[in-house]
Design a binder for this molecule. Structure first.
Ligand code: CA
Length: 234
């Protein structure tokens, strides 16, 4: 059995999977081991929380719907206990919890089921890369700073007054800075996957967001990728 104590030296990145679908756990485990990660697993929320508190992982893959304790509660609890291990949340499509964003309770990223393994591996690499240096609550690109703790965004030292939707859109873009974020990802994050008028709404809100972020004399950060979505790039 795999066990990692806080005092152990970590030679390989250790990932904890908290997920109750045994089949998915097996698939993830195999894929992650293939990428040379060490893998530990928990099949319910209580076991998962216990392991996450006790051991020192590089990253946690956390399912939202779990027996005994759900993913949001686990994420909240870990962050409130000052455990800042990066967390990627898995959420099931078409269920209520989908609308509740794990990012609001301190997750670093999330994936909607079903997802491709390659997508998950890419997200893991991106999250680990981002986490190497930075304060998890502060995200920066150029002279734009998002402080999640204060729920505040500044550009060139000036505070921006963003609506909740604009904040969510910017949040998604800044998490994936330098990468194309497609329209669906943005819509899922800001409105939830079942929102019908989202395409038009997205255009409107991105336009407002641009006006606030990319002020006339500043270098534009939000770029459109035709037919795909948007990218935040310095
Ligand atoms: Ca589940």
């Amino acid at each position: 059995m795999f066990l990692l104590k806080k005092t152990d030296r970590i030679s390989r990145m250790a990932i904890l999977i908290i997920e109750d679908e045994k089949k998915l756990v097996d698939i993830l485990k195999k894929a992650l081991k293939g990428e040379r990660y060490s893998v530990d697993t928990a099949l319910d929320g209580e076991e998962g929380l216990e392991k996450a508190l006790k051991n020192n992982y590089s990253l946690i893959i956390l399912d939202l719907m779990l027996p005994k304790r759900d993913g949001l509660a686990i994420c909240k609890e870990l962050r409130s206990r000052q455990v800042h291990t990066p967390i990627i949340m898995l959420t099931a499509k078409g269920t209520v919890e989908n609308r509740v964003s794990g990012l609001d309770v301190g997750a670093d990223d999330y994936l909607i089921k079903p997802f491709g393994i390659d997508e998950l591996l890419a997200r893991i690499r991106a999250v680990l890369r981002r986490r190497k240096t930075s304060d998890p609550d502060i995200r920066k690109i150029g002279d734009l700073i998002m402080d999640k703790r204060k729920h505040e965004v500044t550009r060139a030292g000036k505070k921006l007054s963003l609506t909740p939707k604009e904040y969510k859109l910017l949040d998604m873009l800044i998490i994936h800075q330098g990468e194309a974020v497609n329209r669906k990802q943005l819509i899922d994050h800001a409105w939830g996957p079942d929102f019908k008028e989202a395409n038009n709404e997205l255009n409107v809100h991105i336009r407002y967001l641009r006006k606030k972020v990319d002020l006339p004399k500043l270098k534009p950060l939000i770029q459109t990728i035709r037919g795909v979505g948007f990218v935040l790039r310095d």
